[in-house]
Design a protein. Sequence first.
Length: 153
Amino acid sequence: MKTDCSRTNAAKSVGLKPVGAIWLILILGVLWTGMGGCANKSYPDPPLTIVENSVPKTVQVAAEGGWVPCPGECLKLAKPGWQQREIQGFSPEDYWMPYPYTDKGGESWQAFSQRHIGHIIRSYPDKAAQDVGICPICKGTGWVRKDDPNAKK
């Protein structure tokens, strides 16, 4: 016996008339779209490393991918002040954000590399800055999608 796999027979097998099946498919499609289905934009991941050894290029690539800097108080590449320095024990390609402070020994600074992007750094006038954890808004990436409600904060 030959099996007919047409949509009409599939609809009859579940007790739907062809018109009812079409409405069901349309309703499910609308629900799927509203729940984040196919209609949502697809974003590539934001850059988590320095692109082409350039902080401005990295910010540009993120923006082209639909990402904006996190509005939270975390360390992000869009913050001015990044410096490429050679620090013993680290890659010469690392970028650093210095946090100056003055203690009993005089003026000094504590720096955090691009590996701390998306972390909240507490700066103090009289002691070294501290990494106090991952940003709850961007989850440690330093970026949010431009259509994310958090991007407007």
